[in-house]
Design a binder for this molecule. Structure first.
Ligand code: GAL
Length: 398
């Protein structure tokens, strides 16, 4: 699918070559109320596992499994249909779903009846990344259609608009095109009166974390696509260093959807993936087939204490404390003054990883819990863990 469109990479190199776009500073005003994404959105998205092989029956099966597996009770809510649902527009310009999705409203009713929410996908350009109909010139109409169907979440993927931006040859003009397009859909969603999570997808170009909130985004992808490989997952996850200050309730950095359970990593590596995303206050959008989960996959996705770190009310993103070769310590401030800490070992051999709590600004001995082991360790001032290769020990302090 990605071969049909080369926008993000081309755009990224354009931006890098010019030292990135010139931008207004971080916006003070959040266009969307935090209530819609007061904590990072949790749910499922069709793309990572199913890509174009997604249809009504499969989406219903995912909703069924989200409930029967216990994921809904663990906090997962959104069932998000990614690219390839789109059909054609009628004479009045109204978008219709294609034959794979015979009745979107009925599907939304089905999902809602299970206590879940339904998400959809489009592009500000004329075409989506998979070459389907985009929303350009039809923003108000499409937002209204989504609202009529009962949609609760929109992922808005730059795709073909990137070609137009590139064609301007001017970074400022390119940036204007993007800002106008994202704002247009934000206004269109607001005009419907239906709350929808607004997810920007433009691969982290032009420091989107600085302005994603000012165009109404509740989350914005900070990178290109994740794949189901440890090397790519860690490249993306650990590449989030320095972005913590741009995340807050209602506005989140999005290092892309989870690959947990898709088969390309070991359970230990998936635990590292889940732990890192939780420390990053990242959206937790499962990307596997929920109807066919191993006990390991389900245990990783539904670990209540890890989810609580991600969903902590303070809404603070974690960041790197220090790194020494393949050993990294990350910490996330929690409501009430506590901290979640990740002791990561990126090498493939077991290694000790150590953290002194003074480095986290904690002076007195602090109650320490090993989260994955579900074990209280007493009041400590430092901790040294033997961490398996590609693994992590997550601590909750305080
Ligand atoms: C990519 C996007 C993916 C997926 C795909 C669909 O640009 O990053 O997450 O949405 O398009 O075509």
């Amino acid at each position: 699918m990605h071969s049909v469109w080369r926008g993000p990479r081309a755009l990224a190199s354009l931006a890098v070559a010019a030292g990135l776009f010139s931008l207004a500073g971080p916006s003070a005003a959040a266009a969307a109320p935090p209530s819609v994404a007061a904590t990072p959105p949790m749910g499922w998205n069709s793309w990572n596992h199913f890509a174009a092989k997604i249809d009504d029956a499969t989406v219903r099966a995912q909703a069924d499994a989200m409930v029967s597996s216990g994921m809904r009770d663990a906090g997962y809510r959104y069932i998000n249909i990614d690219d390839t649902w789109e059909g054609t527009r009628d004479a009045a310009g109204v978008i219709h779903s294609n034959a794979k999705f015979p009745d979107m409203k009925a599907l939304a009713d089905y999902v809602h009846a299970k206590g879940l929410k339904l998400g959809i996908y489009s592009s500000p350009g004329p075409k989506t990344c998979a070459g389907y109909e985009g929303s350009e010139g039809h923003e108000a109409q499409d937002a209204k259609t989504y609202a009529d169907w009962g949609i609760d979440y929109l992922k808005y993927d730059l795709c073909s608009l990137g070609d137009r931006m590139k064609a301007t040859g001017s970074l400022d003009k390119a940036q204007d095109i993007e800002l106008v397009a994202y704002r247009k859909m934000d206004a269109a969603i607001s005009a419907t009166g239906r709350p929808m999570v607004y997810s920007l997808c433009q691969y982290g170009v032009a420091q989107v974390w600085r302005w994603g909130g000012s165009v109404g985004g509740n989350l914005w992808r900070t990178t290109g696509d994740i794949t189901d490989r440890f090397s790519r997952m860690t490249q993306i996850g650990f590449g989030q260093a320095g972005l913590a200050k741009y995340a807050k309730p209602g506005q989140w950095n999005d290092p892309d959807m989870l690959e947990v359970g898709n088969g390309g990593m070991s359970p230990i590596e998936y635990r590292t993936h889940m732990s890192l995303w939780a420390l990053l206050a990242a959206p937790l959008l499962a990307g596997n087939d929920l109807s066919k989960m191993t006990p390991d996959t389900l245990a990783i996705l539904t670990n209540r204490e890890v989810i609580a770190i991600d969903q902590d009310k303070a809404g603070r993103q974690g960041d790197r404390v220090h790194a020494e070769g393949p050993l990294e310590v990350w910490a996330k401030p929690l409501a009430g003054g506590g901290k979640a800490v990740g002791l990561f070992n990126l090498s493939d051999q077991p290694s000790y990883v150590e953290v002194s709590y003074a480095d986290l600004g904690l002076k007195a001995p602090v109650k320490t819990r090993d989260v994955w082991a579900a074990k209280d360790l007493g009041k400590l001032t430092s901790y040294r863990a033997l961490v398996v290769g590609h693994g992590v020990v997550v601590l909750r302090l305080g």
